[in-house]
Design a protein around this ligand. Structure first.
Ligand code: AMP
Length: 395
């Protein structure tokens, strides 16, 4: 078990917390979705309430080691100040004299926000000198940016060499849920996979086959699975180079008593456009038609599988959900899951975005804040940013 901010004395301490404030901005640099800032609030508020002196750091976008105005964190400081009802002092750099001075003159309960870490190429290179410079600002390191825990960067891994390192509440919750579903899930356990790319999901399937009872497949990746079963897929997206791998997955699943469910009807169109004519076809998709969402019979079937399950982990939309015409499968599945008395875990990235768009995020047991990080957890990989945190002392 990893130590958390609740396990240590915070009063009077400079707490250097890595957060994920990589929020989307519009062309006027207004934040269009502050979910990531809101997600860090429980840790932030706790540290302030305990009398800690909070120094926040984050990345935004991909400035590639150069200071670029469009990636400055000023909009974040502004929104955070509004959410907290207190001034968050925004620094113009993340290391150097000014920042050291500001950190040194903080009083209990103060909050400062460092400038974008990725203005230094040393950040993503996990440079030890840079990590040490960051570390010199604080007395304790708190990791609350799950979305970057799968990366060994200076602010996620390098820094832990120099400071006692604990998890924030957001990372603690992520660990709790992913440990539960990968180590001791309540059964039956249903894994739902969708999205576009099969290749991305293979290591995850291979790792999870030992743990799950049902595997539901939707989204564009379903067509490679269907083709491997000699079904007609028309002009749907397919990864022919993955057909052999998919056949092996079916063999493995058979040996491990895992039932795989594939779509049995589809919403198809001749072109990928919101206004284009579409129809529902059962079983084989005719030539020239593209499968863009699961059909009503498939939704019904998947619903009954989900209803029987005590643990459900979902990663990847059931169709091209960004277009309303092909969002029904994803939406219905989210609605069923929201009503269940089961452990429901939604992988980050597209799936979390889709569920939030429907307004059902709060109804799930856990909405992950990390796309890549949640995939790697389910692949059974050790996340370097989590591995580097201190263990709780055993009593
Ligand atoms: P991934 O990054 O592999 O999880 O894929 C996510 C993307 O897959 C989303 O942008 C979806 O719109 C897209 N997607 C899901 N189903 C389909 C489909 N049937 N055809 C084309 N794209 C799809």
């Amino acid at each position: 078990m990893k130590k958390t901010i609740a396990d240590i004395q915070l009063k009077g301490k400079r707490v250097l917390m890595r957060a994920d404030f990589n929020v989307p901005l519009d062309e006027h640099r207004n934040i269009t979705d502050d979910a990531r800032i809101v997600a860090a609030l429980p840790s932030i508020k706790y540290i302030i309430a305990e009398g800690g002196r909070l120094i926040l750091m984050s990345h935004m976008g991909r400035p590639k080691g150069e200071k670029k105005e469009e990636f400055c964190l000023d909009p974040v400081a502004e929104r955070l100040s509004a959410l907290l009802g207190k001034n968050v002092k925004k620094m113009d750099d993340c290391i150097g004299e000014d920042v050291e001075e500001a950190a040194g003159s903080m009083v209990d309960g103060d909050v400062i926000l460092l400038e974008n870490l990725r203005f230094y190429k040393e950040e993503t290179k996990n440079d030890v000198v840079f990590a040490k410079q960051l570390a010199s600002l604080g007395e304790v390191f708190a990791e609350d940016a799950f979305g970057t825990c799968h990366r060994a960067h200076a602010s996620t891994v390098g820094i832990t060499e120099f400071l006692p390192s604990v998890a924030g509440f957001l990372v603690q919750k992520e660990i709790e849920y992913f440990e539960k579903v990968t180590k001791s899930p309540d059964k039956p356990f249903c894994l739902i996979l969708g999205g576009a790319k099969v290749a991305d999901k293979i290591p995850l399937i291979e790792n999870m086959l030992d743990k799950i009872d049902y595997l539901i497949i939707g989204g564009a990746m379903a067509y490679t699975f269907l083709k491997s079963r000699h079904k007609g897929i028309g002009s749907s997206r397919v990864e022919n180079e993955m057909l052999d791998t998919v056949r092996k997955i079916f063999d493995e699943a058979g040996k491990k008593n895992v039932s795989i469910f594939l779509p049995k009807d589809h919403v198809v169109s001749k072109e990928i456009a919101e206004k284009a004519k579409n129809k529902v076809v059962a079983e084989d998709i005719p030539d020239g038609w593209i499968g863009l969402d699961i059909g009503p019979a498939t939704i019904k079937r998947y619903r009954s599988v989900i209803k029987e399950s005590k643990t459900i982990v979902w990663n990847g939309p059931m169709g091209l959900f960004e277009m309303k015409a092909y969002s029904t499968g994803t939406k219905k599945l989210a609605e069923f899951m929201a009503k269940l008395d089961a452990t429901t875990v939604i992988g980050g990235g597209d799936t979390a975005a889709a569920v939030n768009q429907i307004g059902l995020g709060k109804k799930m047991s856990h909405m992950s804040t990390g796309g890549g990080a949640s995939l790697e957890y389910l692949e059974g990989k050790e996340l370097p940013g989590i591995a580097a945190l201190d263990e709780k002392e055993r009593v």
